[in-house]
Design a protein around this ligand. Structure first.
Ligand code: ADP
Length: 164
């Protein structure tokens, strides 16, 4: 049984994240999308909002579930009996940080392996930070996030959608 976790902040889930979820669900028997509860980060959406938004977008994929966690990822993985971590790589800039984390996790628990999926070309520039930046200035989000999320993101900034 190959059980993997795809951890992240997902604040909010983007089309880039969704692409990684769909692709890794094809490789794994079971995939848990793990939403990190990080009190140090000022998040736009609450942890419950993020979990339910991801559930809404993945309900058609039978082997995907969504959960929130805090603390060390490797510790959480033990509790759900997962040994594989999925991460997405966009640009060289992601690489150094991701390598460090992957190696640290492997030292913490040698059973744990990290698998990197390279981003699909059309999402290589995309991050939750960019989505928030764009939204705060009233930008068109249709190429960045699922259409269902656009109004919810705008609501957070208390601005109206304009012309798209
Ligand atoms: P974190 O706060 O852990 O970086 P994110 O929610 O930003 O969490 O991202 C979670 C994972 O998804 C990371 O592995 C990140 O590299 C990957 N990711 C984010 N955006 C994209 C994208 N557009 N294409 C592929 N992978 C992505």
């Amino acid at each position: 049984m190959k059980k993997a976790i795809y951890p992240g902040s997902f604040d909010p889930l983007t089309l880039g994240h969704l692409d990684i979820i769909r692709r890794s669900a094809k490789i794994m028997d079971e995939l848990v999308v793990g939403v990190l509860h990080n009190s140090a980060k000022n998040s736009l959406f609450s942890i419950d909002e993020r979990v339910s938004m991801i559930e809404e977008m993945t309900k058609d994929i039978p082997n995907v579930s969504v959960a929130s966690f805090d603390g060390l990822l490797v510790n959480y993985m033990k509790t759900i009996d997962a040994t594989i971590i999925i991460r997405g790589l966009r640009a060289v800039t992601d690489f150094e940080y991701e390598l460090q984390i992957a190696q640290t996790n492997h030292v913490e628990n040698p059973e744990v392996e990290t698998i990197f999926l390279t981003t699909s070309l059309q999402y290589s520039y995309l991050s939750s930070t960019i989505v928030k930046e764009f939204a705060s200035y009233g930008g068109d989000l249709t190429k960045f996030v699922p259409p269902e999320f656009i109004d919810r993101i705008y609501e957070k900034y208390q601005i109206e959608r304009n012309g798209f």
